[in-house]
Design a protein around this ligand. Sequence first.
Ligand code: TRP
Length: 329
Amino acid sequence: MDTVLSGIRSTGNLHLGNYFGALRNFIRMQDENRCFFFIADIHSLTTHPNPKYLHENVKNVLVDYLAAGIDPERSVIYIQSDVPETIELYLYLNMHAYLGELAKTTSFKEKARKQPENVNAGLLTYPTLMAADILIHNADKVPVGKDQEQHLEMTRKFARRFNNFYGVEYFKEPVAYNFGEELIKIPGLDGSGKMGKSEGNAIYLADSPKEIEKKVKRALTDSGPTEPNSVKPDYIENLFTIMRAVSTPDVVQHYENKWNSCEIRYGDMKKQLAGDIIKVTSPIRERILEIEKDDAYLRKVTKEGAEKARESASKTITAVRKIVGFKKF
Ligand code: TRP
């Protein structure tokens, strides 16, 4: 059985794009693998978040994941800052991570450009902390998006370098977990390419049916096609893409036909679309509303998750300390 590690950004609520992009596949992943899901709250410190909101953000992500079907009975779900072994490994890896290679990482250059007043060492060593997250459990596979591929590549490099330097075969070189066909990209409702929190065009799993109806109603449309079988403009194609994810094939075909014969009524289509989105999100939303007020449950899940994660992590740290050369008197 493979060990899979999934790192989750602690940046607030999850939307439909997160659900179809990753979350739905995470839920399936749990059947065939030993999965670790952790919330990367230490990583988020690189941008100096207000302490007042840090916990709230972690909680939102945790609740959404649990509500969507990440199962603490089958998988280990934990908060990064609950596992100090990760930080110790990060320190050892940093001794073999070089300024030149860290400074030329794409994500670092981008962040340094975006926040020139805060180009801190944590930002520079973001990839070594991520490598520590992965290597602390000696994970075989890591589900990552395009923007994280370089970090995974660096993780492999750090693992290889550690093994070579100390003359051991301790760390595995983790590969990307590939969802293949299962990966659905959900576009925004504003005609833009991608649904995202920062794009302000997202439908959240926690949105009420009313909010969802309102958001779908506002989606950009036009006066409809005038030529049969015309090519759809991006903002219309986007609505169809979302519909393909949430509606049944016959519903999609119905609106495809209406489009092709120039009889499409966007009002009808939006009503259908909103209804089908609500069908997907409302069971999750109901669980979100239950779980978020169940402090005892959240305490239990995070405590047990931390215990299991630390059990795995401390094995690695004990071995690494020995490899590095530390010895008891
Ligand atoms: N950097 C990842 C992101 O921004 C989050 C992350 C932190 C992560 N540590 C990880 C992902 C380890 C996978 C493995 O999405």
